[in-house]
Ligand binder design. Structure first.
Ligand code: BGC
Length: 635
């Protein structure tokens, strides 16, 4: 009876997560749409705590070193430590039977799971892992890339591109600590973050996940974030090794029926760029990163997941003692002709844990077989498992597998969390043009318009309660119920300093200026690749951008434009018409407040370009940009 209950509960989670997973969002089928509706209705049931079904007969490893623990394990058990399956595939019975090393979350739905629901999930997996024959605690991994962004009620922080624009290491460290605390509250100890690569081509859908095009800015922001995270006891994962920001446009991976433009393509950096990029990873190792994730990309034609030469640099030259994890099903794109060969290639190249969302058990069996066949040495397996277990020991998982006694600095959803997110959002707004009406003065009447004016999902972008996130306009409700839209932020500021917000364009004549809000729909990974960076012509630009731009121009009022996008969109065709223009990037759930803080002068305009502003796609990657990194119209 209990078992049935658990299975029904897990099924509901599976349906919810499947509806938003990488695979199902490639194409929204009638079936997935059905699931979406169905699962929203079932979300209440999902909040119910599962009952514990496994009696955890905890194996006592007290006082043993990682090597000694490895020595107690069978080959089968060691292979299990080396795989990570996804939440919606891996059920508790399988965890109990095999004792897998880790579980990956992918992903939730609107509305998301609460902190306590996440704890229930991880507790149930931990029960099962501890009740397995080996009884090694499992690691729960999640992409908390801008807040605990799959947990309902959390603060969604600005994306990394904003963090690069804000360039405030101290506040970024505190942000890392806040997210670290919140992860611990949700019992998600392993964070697949941050992206530490520089991004050269803004047409790439992962541009906003990067801090900058410059190595030093990426390094200092990643250092600050990681330092904060480590202070709360979480496991970080700088990603994706290696040099993926240098992928050549047009080489994107063609797989699973998807023909990508850039994502997962072939990176072709110079030796100097390679050296600079390696130095960033070396630094991440020095500051204590416990894991590193491999990139889906290739480096000069060799898939990174089988690139032994580069992976070994981390371990042999930089002394990395943590473990290397593959990216989502990516070993399956190696040059082998089947999973077995690909597992051999990846493990022999130096990958220690295989993120195999669905094929985790097959991958485990391949490892066992490969050792039996002599295709992978048992020493390699022992080394991988020792690394994994050492990370688990170091983080305290053997002493406190349910993460009950970790010292956290911040409560979940604390006031400070909102303050830091708001300040980071404000500091990350980059003034692109400042005219006579750059700020709002008391007594003014301000017409707020445009498709990004009142939408929490657009401000937050991808990886927000779902892999790709979603605009409120797409969902029909607020993606982030606690989020502050631009309109909300301006209305609050209006009450505070005494100006008036107008939303009815028929009242334009009585207004002093227009705040025009344009931008992009949320997206993730290859779905954000675009051939055009035009504000009105990109693959992801909001449908209403052009209309709103034209409507604003017809009003004969000064226009202050806010661009909410994951990259530097090209605004050349329109900027001359505008009095002022700000690039806001993806400022998160406090974004509306942060933007208002800049427009009313509560926070100084210190944001600077984290990546060059090109006026033509043809110039990308050259020095032929209009404004370079560090530029701001306020300076
Ligand atoms: C992404 C990673 C992410 C992983 C797990 C992959 O597709 O490339 O950045 O950590 O999925 O969600």
């Amino acid at each position: 009876m209990k078992k049935i209950k658990i299975t029904a509960w897990l099924l509901a989670v599976m349906l919810m997560t499947n509806a938003c997973s990488n695979l199902s969002t490639v194409e929204t089928t009638a079936e997935s749409e059905e699931q979406l509706t169905e699962t929203s209705a079932e979300s209440e049931a999902v909040q119910t705590a599962p009952e514990t079904v496994y009696e955890a007969d905890i194996t006592d490893y007290t006082g043993l070193t990682a090597e000694q623990i490895v020595a107690t394990l069978t080959l089968e058990q060691k292979a299990a430590q080396m795989v990570q399956g996804a939440l919606y595939n891996l059920d508790y019975d399988d965890m109990e039977e095999f004792g897998y090393g880790s579980v990956l979350s992918h992903y939730g739905m609107f509305p998301e799971l609460s902190v306590s629901s996440w704890r229930d999930i991880t507790d149930a997996y931990q029960d099962a892992a501890l009740a397995s024959d080996a009884g090694i605690p499992m690691l729960y991994g999640q992409d908390s890339v801008h807040g605990v962004n799959f947990t309902s009620g959390c603060v969604i922080f600005p994306h990394n591109i904003n963090i690069g624009a804000a360039n405030d290491p101290e506040l970024t460290e505190e942000y890392g600590a806040i997210v670290g605390s919140e992860m611990i509250h949700a019992a998600q100890i392993f964070n697949f973050a941050p992206v530490v690569n520089n991004c050269i081509d803004p047409r790439w859908g992962r541009t906003y996940e990067c801090y900058s095009s410059e190595f030093d800015l990426c390094d200092s922001m990643a250092t600050a974030f990681i330092t904060g995270q480590l202070s709360e006891g979480v496991i970080v994962c700088p990603k994706h090794f290696f040099a993926e920001g240098y992928v050549v446009y047009g080489t994107g991976e063609n797989s699973e029926g998807i023909n990508r433009l850039i994502d997962r393509g072939d990176s072709q950096p110079t030796q100097e760029q390679i050296d600079e990029c390696l130095a960033v990873y070396q630094h991440m190792i020095e500051i204590g990163a416990q894991t590193i994730m491999i990139s889906h990309t290739s480096l000069w034609g060799t898939k990174m997941h089988e690139n032994a030469e580069y992976i070994q640099i981390l371990k042999n030259d930089f002394g990395f003692e943590g473990f290397i994890i593959s990216d989502w099903d990516s070993i399956e794109k190696c040059s082998g002709s089947n999973l077995y060969e690909n597992v051999c290639l990846a493990v022999n190249a130096g990958i220690d844990m295989l993120m195999e969302a669905g094929n985790y058990e097959q991958a485990r069996q391949c490892i066992v077989e490969a050792v039996e066949n002599g295709d992978i040495s048992e020493e390699r397996v022992d080394d991988a498992v020792r690394r994994i277990i050492q990370v688990k020991i170091d983080v305290g998982l053997f002493d406190d597998p349910y993460i009950e006694n970790f010292d956290t600095t911040y409560e979940f959803n604390s006031d400070r969390s909102h303050e830091v997110a708001r300040l980071l959002a404000a500091e990350s707004i980059v003034p692109m043009k400042l005219g006579d009406y750059a700020t709002i003065e008391p007594g003014m009447r301000v017409l707020v318009m445009g498709p990004a004016a009142d939408d929490t999902g657009i401000l937050c972008g991808g990886w927000t309660y779902g892999w790709e996130g979603a605009a409120d306009s797409e969902l029909g409700y607020r993606a982030v119920p606690e989020g502050v839209t631009i309109l909300d932020g301006l209305e609050a500021a209006a009450d505070e300093i005494g100006f008036e917000v107008v939303t009815d364009p028929d009242m334009a004549e009585s207004c002093d200026l227009v705040i025009l809000c344009v931008g992009e729909y949320p997206y993730a990974e290859w779905n954000g690749d675009t051939p055009s960076l035009s504000i009105t012509d990109g693959s992801q630009t909001l449908d209403g951008n052009e209309q709103a731009i034209n409507d604003a121009a017809d009003l004969d009022l000064p226009i202050v434009t806010l661009v909410v996008a994951g990259r530097n969109l090209i605004v050349e065709d329109y900027i001359d018409e505008w009095d002022s223009c700000y690039f806001c990037y993806l400022p998160g759930s406090e974004g509306g407040n942060g933007i208002a803080d800049i427009l009313v002068g509560n926070v100084p305009m210190t944001g600077t370009l984290p990546m060059p502003y090109y006026t033509s796609e043809d110039d990308i990657g050259t020095e032929n940009y209009l404004y370079g990194v560090g530029w701001s119209a306020a300076n």
